[in-house]
Design a protein around this ligand. Structure first.
Ligand code: NAD
Length: 267
């Protein structure tokens, strides 16, 4: 029987790379997909020989998805058990300051890319089910709208919605759908400026706000648990857990806190 296989977008860096390592450690074959070829090669070099394949894919390219998944299945021995829809970019700043290009790029990568990934993944997950998984990376910013990150939050609420919709839509197919909701994770993403007009990186903002940064290995363990467990949304990090608790039990106080601060709380 072919090895269990996970296909990971954004596999050249950060969370995608850490999840690739975690699943390879668990004996899985890993399909690494990204636009960054050098980064993919670096991820592959961290995995045992013969246990991965690299696929240049821009998640905005619907036809490209079909090619990459077919190539991954061919390399792994025929099957894909998990598609990890993880590639994403940050965008911050006041909504009035964002350019149409910044807004469209973020919506296209963070949301359209996830929708295209779900469509393309379906036939592969259906044949490898029951128990196959579509795992999407949402964010703590998909729990409560983040001031100073409205567009990013909108995309992550979108990812949350897609997860919940498909959890129902694919239940009879035996395909599980899950989301990860991390707060601030120690990856290269934190080194990005929040937008073109800012020269302050996200990491500095998080540290100045007194918030924690969670090791990327925690997300890799959460991804493993998500694939092997039954929870729909998996929170990762103290800030994510705090926002989830407050939005459920203290919504008035959370709103007050968001209104009194123009600093992003979830990313
Ligand atoms: P990262 O910047 O380290 O990695 C993102 C990867 O996505 C990069 O390798 C990049 O080349 C790839 N990518 C970007 N655009 C792409 C495209 N169009 N097609 C294919 N690949 C593309 O960031 P990360 O922290 O590992 O982020 C991974 C996911 O986690 C993102 O969806 C992000 O929104 C989410 N997230 C991150 C944090 C955090 O604090 N780091 C928190 C919550 C959610």
């Amino acid at each position: 029987m072919a090895r269990k296989t996970i296909f990971i977008t954004g596999g050249a860096s950060g969370i995608g790379r850490a999840v690739a390592q975690r699943f390879a450690d668990g004996g899985w074959f890993v399909g690494i997909a990204d636009i960054d070829e050098a980064g993919m090669a670096a991820t592959a070099a961290m995995l045992p020989v013969g246990q991965s394949s690299c696929h240049k894919l821009d998640v905005r390219d619907r036809a490209g998805w079909d090619v990459a998944l077919a190539d991954c299945a061919a390399a792994s021995g025929g099957r894909i058990d998990v598609v990890f829809n993880n590639a994403g970019i940050p965008i911050g700043g006041a909504i009035v300051d964002l350019t149409p290009e910044e807004i469209e790029r973020t919506l296209d990568i963070n949301m359209k890319g996830v929708i295209f990934g779900a469509q393309a993944a379906y036939p592969w997950l259906k044949v490898s089910g029951p128990g196959s998984v579509l795992l999407n990376t949402a964010s703590a910013a998909g729990i409560y709208g983040t001031p100073g990150a409205s567009v990013y939050s909108a995309t992550k609420f979108g990812v949350r919605a897609i997860t919940e919709s498909l959890d129902g839509e694919w239940a009879d197919d035996g395909i599980c759908v899950r989301s990860l909701m991390p707060s601030f994770i120690d990856t290269p993403l934190l080194s990005h400026a929040t937008n073109r007009a800012s020269n302050e990186d996200i990491r500095t903002r998080v540290v100045n706000a007194g918030l924690e940064i969670t090791p990327v290995g925690d997300v890799a363990e959460a991804a493993w648990a998500a694939v092997h467990g039954d929870k729909l949304h998996i929170l990762v990090g103290k800030t994510a857990r705090r926002i989830a608790f407050a939005s459920r039990w203290m919504p008035g106080s959370l709103r007050k806190q968001m209104r009194s601060s123009n600093r992003p709380l979830g990313k």
